[in-house]
Design a protein around this ligand. Structure first.
Ligand code: HEM
Length: 464
C-alpha cells in the first residue's frame, strides 16, 4: 500500500489506496495478532503503537475477529452519525448485555429510540437542578468525613480510591433517592457488579454457561444485584416519592401510548445508569488531580475562581455556569485522559472508511483517545493546557475531534449530569482543602474498557 505522510507524520491513504484493505500487523490463523493478547493488559499502548505506525485507519485481528480502528474525525462522524445505520451495537455488546440486559446502552433501532425519548426528560435542565442538590448534599457529607479524618492536619488520600467512593455515594443517591435505605449489601452488590463488568470489557469473555471462576462469580453477583434492585423498585412504586431521583423519574415516565416501563426495563436502566455513570465521573476527577502535577498556575487559577464566585459556599446548579475555568480544566482532562477511550460497533454491510474497505461483520472501533491527541487537530497534543477550551478557540476546532461522551444520536445521555457533578464536587473540594499533588509521571493510563490509572495517585488534602 502506498501511503502519504501528512505534515504531522500521520499517514493518510493515497488516492490509489481507496477501498483497499486497511494496513495492520501480521495476522496468524486462529490467533490473529498474538501481540493483541499480550496487549490486552494495556490496550492503550497496543493501539497507540499501531496508530503511530499505520495511521488513522488500521486493522487488527484478535482471535478470528477483524477489527478496524479509526482515529480521524471524518471517519468518526461517518460511523457515529452520517452512516450510523451501518454501524450497530451487535456482538461487541454481548458481554455487556449479560449484566445490563436491554437498556439504553445496549438496545438498537426503534426500541432504543423509544427508550431514549422516554429517558431523555430525566436529564433535562429541571431534573438536573434537582440532581445537583443531591450531588451537593452527598459531596458535603463525604468531604465532611474526610475533614474529620484529617483532624485539622494534612491527610494523604489515594485520589482514585476516594473519588470512586465519592461518586458511588452520589450515583446511588441520585438513582434511588429516598427509596433506598442505603445498606452495605446494596453498595457491595452494585460495586461488585461494576468491577465485573469493567474487567469483562477488556478480555475475551467465555459464554455464561462455561463455569469459569469469573462466570460463577458473575452469576452469583447478578442474582444478588437483581434481588437488591427489584426490592428497591418495589419500595419506590409503593411509596411514590417524587424526590427528584432518577428512579422516580423512570417510574413516572410514559411512552406515547401512556404506558409505563415494566419492572424488567426499569431494572436494566437502573443498572446501566449506575454502571455507565459512576466510574467514568470518578476517573475524570482522579485524572484531573494527576494532571495537576507540575501545574501550580492552573491550581491557583481554579482556587481563585472558586473563591471569587462562591465565597466559601457550596455551588448550586446555577453556579456551575459561573465557573468557566473549572470547566476548561475538566474538558482538558477528558481530552488527555478520556474516561471512555473508545466505543465499538459492528458493520452491517460493506463500506469504506478513510479510503479503506470495511467488510460486513467487521468490528469498528472509534478510538477517541487517539483523536484527542491527533496532531492535525491539536497543537502540542500532549501538553496539558486548559486554555485550548477557551470559547474563542473552541469554536474554530473540528467538532468531531473531541468526543469524550461520543457524539451523534447515541451521545452519552448523562453528559451534562456528569459535567455538573464533576464541577460541583471539584468546587466543594477546593472550598475545603488545599491540594498537594506529588509527581505522578509514573502513573500510566491503562485502558480497561475505561481509562484507569496504573497505580495510586496520592494527593494531600490540608483543611483550609
Ligand atoms: C465522565 C463521565 C462519562 C463519560 C466519559 C461517558 C461516556 C459515554 C460514552 C462514550 C457513551 C457512548 C457509548 C457507546 O456509544 O457505546 C456513553 C453512553 C451512555 N452514557 Fe455516559 N459517560 C459519562 C457519564 C455518564 C453518566 C453520569 C450517566 C448517567 C447517569 C451516563 C449514562 C450513559 C448512557 C445511558 C449511555 C447510553 C446512551 C444511548 O446509547 O442512548 N453516562 N457515555
Amino acid at each position: 500500500m502506498q501511503e502519504q505522510a501528512t505534515d504531522e507524520g500521520h499517514p493518510r491513504p493515497s488516492p490509489s489506496a481507496r477501498g483497499r484493505s486497511a494496513p495492520g500487523p501480521r495476522s496468524w490463523p486462529l490467533v490473529g495478532d498474538p501481540l493483541a493478547l499480550r496487549g490486552a493488559k494495556n490496550m492503550l499502548e497496543y493501539l497507540d503503537g499501531h496508530w503511530r505506525r499505520y495511521g488513522d485507519v488500521f486493522r487488527v485481528n484478535v482471535v478470528g475477529q477483524r477489527m478496524l480502528v479509526i482515529a480521524h474525525p471524518d471517519d468518526l462522524k461517518t460511523v457515529l452519525s452520517s452512516r450510523r445505520h451501518n454501524y450497530v451495537k451487535g456482538s461487541a455488546y454481548q458481554s455487556a448485555r449479560r449484566i445490563l440486559g436491554d437498556s439504553l446502552l445496549t438496545l438498537e433501532g426503534e426500541t432504543w429510540k423509544g427508550r431514549r425519548s422516554l429517558a431523555q426528560p430525566s436529564f433535562h435542565r429541571r431534573s438536573l437542578e434537582k440532581l445537583a442538590a443531591i450531588i451537593r448534599e452527598r459531596g458535603a457529607a463525604f468531604l465532611g468525613e474526610l475533614a474529620r479524618r484529617s483532624e485539622g492536619k494534612p491527610l494523604e488520600i489515594d485520589a482514585h480510591r476516594e473519588m470512586v467512593r465519592l461518586t458511588l455515594d452520589v450515583v446511588v443517591n441520585a438513582l434511588f433517592g429516598q427509596a433506598l435505605n442505603v445498606s452495605p449489601t446494596t453498595y457491595q452488590a452494585l460495586g461488585a457488579a461494576l468491577e465485573l463488568v469493567s474487567n469483562g470489557a477488556n478480555g475475551i469473555v467465555l459464554p455464561a454457561w462455561v463455569p469459569t471462576p469469573h462466570n460463577l462469580r458473575l452469576n452469583r453477583t447478578l442474582a444478588e444485584l437483581d434481588r437488591v434492585v427489584y426490592d428497591v423498585i418495589e419500595r419506590a412504586r409503593r411509596e411514590q416519592n417524587d424526590d427528584g431521583s432518577l428512579l422516580s423519574m423512570l417510574l413516572s415516565a410514559r411512552d406515547e401510548h401512556g404506558a409505563a416501563l415494566p419492572d424488567r426495563a426499569i431494572r436494566d436502566e437502573v443498572i446501566t445508569l449506575f454502571i455507565a455513570g459512576h466510574e467514568t465521573t470518578a476517573l475524570t476527577l482522579t485524572w484531573l488531580f494527576a494532571l495537576l502535577d507540575g501545574q501550580p498556575a492552573v491550581l491557583a487559577a481554579m482556587r481563585r475562581e472558586v473563591d471569587q464566585v462562591l465565597g466559601g459556599q457550596d455551588p448550586s446548579f446555577d453556579d456551575v455556569a459561573k465557573l468557566p475555568y473549572l470547566r476548561k480544566v475538566v474538558d482538558e482532562t477528558m481530552r488527555l485522559r478520556p474516561p471512555a477511550p473508545a466505543v465499538v460497533r459492528n458493520a452491517v454491510a460493506d463500506d469504506e472508511l478513510g479510503g479503506f474497505h470495511v467488510r460486513a461483520g467487521d468490528m469498528v472501533l472509534p478510538f477517541f483517545a487517539a483523536t484527542h491527541r491527533h496532531p492535525a487537530f491539536w497543537p502540542e497534543p500532549l501538553k496539558f493546557d486548559p486554555e485550548r477550551f477557551d470559547p474563542a478557540l473552541d469554536r474554530s476546532r473540528n467538532s468531531w475531534s473531541y468526543l469524550p461522551f461520543s457524539a451523534g444520536p447515541r451521545v452519552c445521555i448523562g453528559n451534562m449530569f456528569s459535567i455538573v457533578e464533576t464541577i460541583i464536587l471539584l468546587a466543594q473540594i477546593l472550598n475545603r482543602f488545599e491540594l498537594t499533588v506529588p509527581p505522578c509521571a509514573a502513573v500510566k493510563p491503562v485502558m480497561m474498557g475505561t481509562m484507569r490509572p496504573s497505580g495510586p495517585i496520592p494527593v494531600t488534602l490540608t483543611p483550609r
